[in-house]
Ligand binder design. Sequence first.
Ligand code: NAD
Ligand code: 89V
Length: 344
Amino acid sequence: MAELRGALIGCGFFAVNQMHAWRDIEGASIVAICDRDPERLRIVGDQFGVARRYADAAAMFAAEKLDFVDIATTVGSHRPLVEMAAENRVPVICQKPFAPTLADAKAMVKACTDAGVPLMVHENFRWQSPIQAVRAVLDSGEIGTPFFGRISFRSGYDVFSGQPYLATGKRFIIEDLGIHILDIARFLLGDVTSLTARTTRINPKIAGEDVATMLMDHAGGATSVVDCSYATRLATEPFPETLVELDGSDGTIRLAQGYQLTVTGKNGTTVKDVSPPLLPWASRPWHNIQESVLAIQKHWVDSLVSGKEPATSGADNLRTFALVEAAYAGAESRAPVQIDDLLK
Ligand code: NAD
Ligand code: 89V
């Protein structure tokens, strides 16, 4: 079968990981790149040997015959670029956060649905192999039916040096990082019916909240706590590990720091190292995230080839995005937010 011809829009900090991953994937390659910053275009074009380079996405859509486009710009440009892909009938991957607001996200899903164009949000955290290992234990039935979860990301890592824009937005940890952790909660425990949230800012040098605690009711009956912090100094820095505690009717799962997975269930207790592989182009501590980039992009190619909806399709991501909106609204009102009210 002919290789799928892809293009990348946005050649910044994170896109380099996406380019490495595309190089590792059989059946697809990036034939053109676009960035409005000529320096980033040159750096990424030279590093990955891509000759076809554009400063303007519309010019690229007009000139190239593409099977998909991978949007790796920051959130402000996601809606116009996704809508441009839909107008050009080009299947599209869009980085998280999918959109600035849930209303924008709904409009983007509609534009792609109306155009018959596949849309996947690059929500990669659920593709990390330790998280997939937790999902596999749940699927095995070893701990029975989960009734409680705690999905936790607490760190003191300096994310602002690589991504300076994170220090300037009115919204920070829920929109940028919490969105991943909320998605993992959905992935493990199912959709959410109501959410209560509290937030605070500890770092005086940033504009948004850097601590968030969320309590959620899941449609299947479980209760979960999702807690995120970039203001937590620990003896051993855990970035970027997501820790998981699940209690079920027949046992428990604990994904602890250092990628240690302990399962106590119907067959006793097992302890396993579920450390992610260190890909040749990856570097610690980011290797966990980098490996998940390869996994989600492989999933996209499989989805395009098979015609099946990707796991983190635009429609699926609306349900994660609604939790972000609910968390901000709930932190302000200090009242529980009903998720179905936002999804209407
Ligand atoms: P960045 O600012 O380093 O890179 C963005 C690039 O897009 C810049 O080079 C900019 O010039 C270019 N750009 C912006 N608008 C454009 C437009 N309309 N046309 C062409 N080029 C345009 O940002 P980043 O840190 O690489 O983040 C990019 C996205 O990736 C963000 O949405 C961020 O949240 C996300 N991200 C995801 C993960 C993850 O694990 N999924 C990790 C880090 C960042
Ligand atoms: O995943 C992200 O979007 C990143 C990071 C892991 C640093 O929060 O911003």
